[in-house]
Write a protein that binds this ligand. Sequence first.
Ligand SMILES: NC(=O)C1=CN([C@@H]2O[C@H](COP(=O)(O)OP(=O)(O)OC[C@H]3O[C@@H](n4cnc5c(N)ncnc54)[C@H](OP(=O)(O)O)[C@@H]3O)[C@@H](O)[C@H]2O)C=CC1
Ligand SMILES: Cc1cn([C@H]2C[C@H](O)[C@@H](COP(=O)(O)OP(=O)(O)O[C@H]3O[C@@H](C)C(=O)[C@@H](O)[C@H]3O)O2)c(=O)[nH]c1=O
Length: 298
Amino acid sequence: MKILVTGREGQIARSLVEQARGRPNIVMETVGRPELDLVKPESVMAAIRERKPDLVVSAAAYTAVDQAEDDVDMALTVNAGGARAAAKAAAELGVPVVHLSTDYVFSGDKAGAYLEDDPVGPQSAYGRTKLAGEVAVADANPKHVILRTAWAYSPFGRNFVKTMLAQAQTRSSIGVVCDQFGNPTSALDIADGILHIARALAAMPSADKFGIFHLAGTGSTSWAGFAENIFVESRSAGGPFAAVQRISTAEYPSKAKRPANSRLSTDKLARVYGWRAPDWRLSCADIVRRLVQEAAPT
Ligand SMILES: NC(=O)C1=CN([C@@H]2O[C@H](COP(=O)(O)OP(=O)(O)OC[C@H]3O[C@@H](n4cnc5c(N)ncnc54)[C@H](OP(=O)(O)O)[C@@H]3O)[C@@H](O)[C@H]2O)C=CC1
Ligand SMILES: Cc1cn([C@H]2C[C@H](O)[C@@H](COP(=O)(O)OP(=O)(O)O[C@H]3O[C@@H](C)C(=O)[C@@H](O)[C@H]3O)O2)c(=O)[nH]c1=O
């Protein structure tokens, strides 16, 4: 099975390449700028048409949450127009698209974990453009799997775990918000889940396998709880440590508003596909250890 991923250097794209390595019957190919540029729908269509994949993973996106507030037109062009083109190209080939979306489509007002059909209410420009992407993808390709994930981290690219470890190199204490709750999710687990979905779709592409699904780490915490865990694991692996000062959202002003609660229920994915991500603490420990080892002098 040939899987084509949009975006070359994104953390989920790189995780897909790593997780596919050595797996039988999987050819994982990535394509990104300049050849596939989400602001140029025709380049997206041509790049996908030419490669004739069996499945498209639409992972590339405008992901700079604060910057999107000042750059809404570009974020919308990329996250809705670009996503639509990728889904449409897959539809023309008659193949499914797995499209990555976000917990930031929710308002954060719900007390419990969000279900796939709960009302959306994005609080940020990024969230609104990703929601527009969901609508565009569903409209362009009936064979869509929209995967809302959250708080992704990995050994690759920019993410919260790497930011915390980098800050701890120069600071003994870091203020982190303790009143926003969600599911930290390893991008390597996201990639594993996508490979599981790809195999299930190839075996039996039944109607219940298409639609919106939540894929997130099992268990939840606040950003402060996430940071504390990162430093416990880092210290035990011989890496940097910083004390986490628990602060409120009001004490950490930012351009974009984040949901206070964006915990995602993953029961639908478990029911339909028989797959659930590991406990976030286990995956966090693995990735922090790996980052500490990679940073150690040889
Ligand atoms: N990171 C997270 O916490 C979460 C991410 N998601 C979603 O998951 C998906 C993947 O996220 P992640 O891997 O973390 O993202 P990254 O920010 O790591 O990577 C984004 C990728 O998109 C590419 N890209 C941006 N603009 C364009 C463009 N105009 N044309 C082509 N490629 C472009 C970038 O290319 P280049 O390398 O050239 O800059 C990069 O490869 C996204 O859809 C995101 O919205 C959902 C929930 C959480
Ligand atoms: C770096 C830092 C962040 N924070 C807070 C700010 C914010 O509320 C929260 C996370 O900040 P970040 O800017 O790292 O993360 P953010 O860009 O909001 O992460 C989001 O990215 C997009 C792509 C998604 O789809 C989301 O699921 C989510 O992962 O932590 C602190 O309190 N202290 C700090 O030192």
